[in-house]
Write a protein that binds this ligand. Structure first.
Ligand code: B12
Length: 272
């Protein structure tokens, strides 16, 4: 699997935008601004909490923070008392900055999107034994719904999970599995692919935990020959590559997307 980012082809620098009854208006893709009420007004909404009691001073502190962030004309749209000396704020403000959309490039999965039939056909063409997939929610993380959605027969979004495929043998270790135990299980199971879920991101624990798994796998000689995939609502393919994984999947991932990547990665890994 290539770990190199693929360049998103630059689109035209001006694309028409449909405005209410006004016909197409041009968007300058080299200087895109946030959109609030009208094109190029730069308006954006931010929500955050401050550790100060609910008061007019708390609202002004929120506005001041926005000004310090370079935002203009901050207006408090909503504020409420979170209790225990905390205030929650929603602020609308104008952002004067732009981004050059034509220069944005995001790494994409190096795999074709196959349906379940395509996944099983590719497997049957190249392999005579099932692909062994080991899944877990690691570290202190107990959010198993995501990994279950991908692996369990019941699946997600109308798609069956990987357990339902005849080409996969799936072992789901569940919640709060340490990296140590995961790799011991991987060795015993002779896993072809390890699927790790990380949902909690407090203090960036998802990143440190995932990076530590790859370090340990390398130290134990278990990095080569196994496809490492991570997933969770605040993960992406770009973050996964950065942390040493082969692929990463974010919010809304469906089982077929994962099956499609895994079968191609494992088949490719086995080719000379
Ligand atoms: C249900 C839930 C719980 C349940 C979990 C039950 C269970 N068995 O999973 C319980 C009540 C136990 C729980 C506990 C806690 N929770 Co909670 N929980 C949630 C909640 C409401 C829903 C999560 C969920 O099930 N989503 C549905 C699944 C299908 O979506 P998903 O996880 O994104 O998975 C999809 C993709 O991300 C991807 N995916 C996920 N994993 C993987 C793995 C692979 C390999 C692949 C390919 C894809 C993939 O595919 C899935 C399908 O599309 C979220 C808020 C929210 N709305 O998201 C908070 C949330 C995740 N919880 C949170 C917190 C803080 C906690 C607690 C720390 C609370 C506390 N103080 O005790 C504890 C932590 C417990 C622990 N040790 O982990 C925070 C996390 C904040 C953060 N950024 O870190 C959230 C975001 C709530 C919030 N807004 O504050 N929680």
């Amino acid at each position: 699997m290539s770990k190199h980012p693929t360049q998103t082809p630059p689109g035209p620098s001006l694309v028409p935008l449909r405005g209410a009854g006004k016909g197409p208006r041009p968007v300058n893709l080299q200087a895109v601004r946030a959109y609030g009420d009208t094109l190029d007004d730069g308006q954006m909404m931010l929500s955050f909490a401050l550790p100060v009691p609910f008061s007019e001073e708390a609202k002004e502190a929120g506005r001041e923070l926005c000004r310090k962030m370079g935002l203009l004309e901050p207006q408090v749209y909503h504020a409420h008392d979170l209790g225990e000396g905390f205030t929650y704020l929603t602020i609308y403000a104008r952002n004067p900055h732009t981004v050059d959309f034509t220069k944005i490039s995001v790494p994409k999965l190096d795999a074709r999107r196959l349906d379940r039939h395509g996944v099983e056909a590719l497997w049957a063409e190249h392999m005579t034994r099932k692909i062994r997939i080991l899944g877990a929610c690691t570290g202190d993380d107990a959010h198993t719904v995501g990994i279950d959605a991908i692996l369990n027969v019941k699946g997600y979004h109308g798609e069956k999970g990987l357990e339902a495929y005849k080409c996969f043998e799936v072992k789901n270790l569940g919640a709060q599995v340490s990296n140590d135990v995961l790799l011991q299980e991987a060795r015993a199971f002779a896993a072809d692919a390890i699927l790790v879920s990380q949902v909690v991101t407090q203090k960036d624990c998802h990143r440190s935990n995932l990076a530590a798994l790859i370090d340990l796998a390398e130290a134990e000689g278990l990095r080569a020959g196994i496809t490492y995939v991570c997933g969770g609502p605040r993960l992406s393919h770009a973050i996964a590559l950065e942390l040493g994984f082969d692929a990463g999947f974010g919010a809304g991932t469906t089982p077929t997307e994962v099956a499609s990547f895994v079968v191609q990665a494992v088949v490719r890994e086995r080719q000379p």
